[in-house]
Ligand binder design. Structure first.
Ligand SMILES: Cc1cc2nc3c(=O)[nH]c(=O)nc-3n(C[C@H](O)[C@H](O)[C@H](O)COP(=O)(O)OP(=O)(O)OC[C@H]3O[C@@H](n4cnc5c(N)ncnc54)[C@H](O)[C@@H]3O)c2cc1C
Length: 376
């Protein structure tokens, strides 16, 4: 059932009506594996989709502190919706940062209003976590346009997004021998979902993030204009390197999940007829302490006041995602056999928690990027 949601204050707590909708939708998607398109339409009315868009284009002009805060709050109730928002914010921010004036005027108002949901198609089978070996190609046509062919996998919001930020190979230069993310000769394109040759496919059956429409997007002789190219030709690595310096972190998703796991444990303890013994209380306090530490790391990432903000973002993703998984194991122990029932929310949350480590940059790639910067 749809409820009217008002425009909300992104810095405050989420309104109860929205929390209820996100919660019901998370439960439904966990069982049917489908995204909730009504929820997405309702999110449009909240103003939440526009927080990463500059105010000149109708958004809230929010920085990473704000987007991390909103993503964590949404993830506490509905991690799938949180990763869809995260990708939408990421693409909005890339356009705000790298788009030319015409691209910004054409796309940012629609992204702010939620008329257009954005997604990122970087991953593909065989490309590797660092996206060095892309098969998706973009070939320049004599009239200056580009023809794209390829198959993207694990694209969040596949089939519900109106715009895909596609990473493609525009030259055959070999991958950089060193580490890093992406490689020379790669370029980003802003591909509208509605043009000929774009084929999304939601058949990917995930164990978690089941409402996120994470699926495939294939491109068949898909022709876009040069005005759909984002950033310089062959220099996608510059855009990719800049992403982590913004402070926006998938760790915020993990923070929300860890908080939801702790909520479950506290709820269960309160339902027991006996007050909790000291061991249980101390375990809960230890979990709450870890979550507080995670919040501090995420906040530091968003504030970008570390000596190297890019490193702080990578540390935040590593720390938060591992914390959420560990909190899940501890909460499972606290819940006992009640938590081993399929319908217990802990199982959905633990599956959602696992996803974050696999999302780009994967945790091992984060380690690789940190060590390359820090240890040389
Ligand atoms: C729920 C979910 C949502 C997702 N959403 C999106 C999305 O919206 N857009 C998108 O583009 N992708 C998305 N992804 C895909 C995600 O970014 C990829 O799973 C990721 O890039 C890893 O790709 P892979 O599994 O092919 O890596 P593989 O290369 O097969 O990695 C296997 C293992 O090796 C490690 N590894 C590989 N290469 C390196 C390296 N160079 N340094 C260190 N370790 C390495 C990896 O960390 C991993 O542990 C999503 C994934 C999930 C699970």
């Amino acid at each position: 059932m749809s409820v009217a949601l008002q425009v909300i204050d992104p810095e405050g707590a989420l309104p109860a009506a929205l929390v209820e909708r996100l919660d019901a939708s998370a439960t439904r998607s966990a069982s049917n594996g489908r995204p909730d398109e009504t929820l997405l339409a309702e999110l449009d009315q909240t103003g939440l989709l526009g927080i990463a868009v500059p105010s000149a284009y109708g958004g809230a002009g929010g920085d990473a502190t704000l987007t991390n805060h909103v993503v964590a709050q949404v993830a506490r109730v509905n991690p799938s919706a949180a990763i869809m928002l995260f990708q939408h914010y990421a693409v909005s921010a890339r356009i705000a940062e790298w788009g030319d004036a015409a691209q910004q005027a054409r796309l940012l108002p629609a992204l702010a209003k939620g008329d257009l949901l954005a997604a990122s198609g970087w991953s593909e089978p065989g490309a590797g976590a660092a996206k060095k070996r892309l098969n998706t190609s973009a070939v320049r046509l004599p009239d200056g346009r580009w023809r794209l062919n390829g198959a993207k996998s694990f694209t969040t919001s596949a089939g519900v997004a109106g715009l895909y930020l596609i990473l493609a190979r525009t030259s055959d230069s070999v991958a950089e021998p060193s580490g890093g993310y992406g490689s020379a000769g790669q370029t980003f394109f802003l591909v509208p979902a509605g043009i000929e040759g774009v084929r999304p496919d939601q058949s990917l059956d995930l164990i978690g993030m089941r409402g996120s429409a994470t699926g495939f997007v294939s491109l068949h002789d898909c022709v876009v204009g040069d005005e759909d190219r984002l950033g310089p030709v062959g220099e996608a690595t510059r855009l990719i390197a800049g992403v982590r310096r913004t402070g926006a972190t998938l760790g915020a998703v993990s923070l929300g999940i860890a908080s939801a796991l702790l909520d479950l444990a506290v709820e269960q303890v309160h339902r027991r007829s006996q007050p909790p013994d000291a061991v249980t209380r101390f375990r809960l306090v230890d979990l709450a302490t870890r979550i507080e530490a995670t919040r501090a790391v995420i906040d530091r990432s968003g504030r970008r006041d570390a000596a190297d903000p890019g490193l702080a973002t990578l540390h935040s993703k590593l720390f938060a995602s591992e914390t959420a998984e560990q909190v899940g194991v501890e909460v499972a122990r606290l819940l006992g056999s009640a938590g081993y029932v399929v319908t217990n929310g802990i199982n959905r949350l633990m599956a959602d928690a696992r996803a974050v480590a696999h999302m780009g940059p994967t945790n091992d790639l984060c380690r690789e990027l940190v060590s390359a910067t820090w240890l040389g």
